[in-house]
Design a protein around this ligand. Sequence first.
Ligand SMILES: [Zn+2]
Length: 85
Amino acid sequence: MHITCPHCLHKAHITSSNDLNDEKTISDLYCICLNPDCAGRFVMQLAFQRWLAPPAISIVQLAANLLNTLSKAEREALLQGLPPG
Ligand SMILES: [Zn+2]
């Protein structure tokens, strides 16, 4: 990940990070500017915003969750290509 110093616009290095929630969707990034004439230290915030495409595992999990709501007979009918019920 490329971090830019907000003061001199030089490249900066992430020295550590701190997750701010259990889902790890928002974190504080502790940074130091690599410009020796600046060497500023600062905190940037990294946050998940939105999915552009759902992760494949979510689709599989969604299908599994839906299947688990069906009775055994409904699942068997579905797997045989018959309409459930
Ligand atoms: Zn700087």
